[in-house]
Design a protein around this ligand. Structure first.
Ligand code: DX5
Ligand code: ZN
Length: 214
């Protein structure tokens, strides 16, 4: 079944504990945390103080998505919170293989993120060392954007590649996911979807989460 990771970027930050408890009780699989530094992307979100408060009230594992320039610094900052996954952008890392090893040595599952323009071949020689690949289906930086359709073809290519090289590696898609595109993502071989505005703006968040768990 498709796993669902609601992005707390679209939660009500005045009631963050309430919103996190609600999605965890509503059967989400992971809690997706978007970390932005105002440099790699033109937006700024949350640091370890707030994320430790998120970790304290979440009853599901954290999926930390770094959108930052200095990946190693941020990996070291968030590692003590023991997330399930830390993902970093291939476009912003000179030594991705070294960073994968570092994340794994900290007891965390390493994942790499590809922006909409980055081909799956960019990670062909890293795939066997990864637990997950995250494909962006919007340009990173903001919630509530329109889904970029070309990710479907990219997910299919990546699915073929991971079945050949590392069948245990999950494929995650992030951005503009909703009940209209979930079947296409499932058919392309996607295992995990991130959904921010679709879940948090829905009148019934449990229904929203369940509609993606196909
Ligand atoms: C965008 C973030 C996403 C975003 C998804 O940079 O990585 O996780 O919060 O939000 P929606 O589902 O609203 O596109
Ligand atoms: Zn994200």
């Amino acid at each position: 079944m498709m796993k669902v990771a609601p992005s707390i970027l679209s939660a009500d930050f005045g009631n963050l504990q309430r919103d996190i408890e609600e999605i965890c009780q509503s059967g989400c699989d992971l809690v997706h945390v978007d970390v932005m530094d105002g440099h790699f992307v033109p937006n700024l979100t949350i640091g370890p103080v707030v994320v430790s408060a998120v970790a304290a009230c979440a009853t599901k594992p954290l999926d930390i998505h770094l959108m930052v320039e200095n990946n190693t610094f941020f990996v070291e900052l968030f590692a003590p919170l023991k997330p399930e996954y830390i993902s970093f952008h291939i476009e912003e890392e000179k030594h991705p293989h070294r960073l994968i090893q570092k994340i794994r040595s900290l007891g965390i599952k390493p994942a790499i993120v590809l922006n909409p323009h980055t081909p799956p071949e960019a990670i062909e020689y890293l795939l066997q060392d990864l637990d997950m690949v995250l494909l962006m289906s919007v340009n990173p930086g903001f919630g509530g954007q329109i889904f970029i359709d070309s990710v479907i073809k990219k997910a299919s290519c990546l699915n073929e590649m991971r079945n050949r090289l590392n069948p245990d590696c999950l494929i995650e898609v992030d951005g503009g996911v909703n009940d209209q595109n979930i079947q296409l993502l499932k058919d392309a071989g996607v295992d995990v979807v991130v959904a921010g505005s679709y879940v948090f703006k829905h009148e019934n968040r449990k229904t929203a989460i369940e509609s993606l768990q196909i």
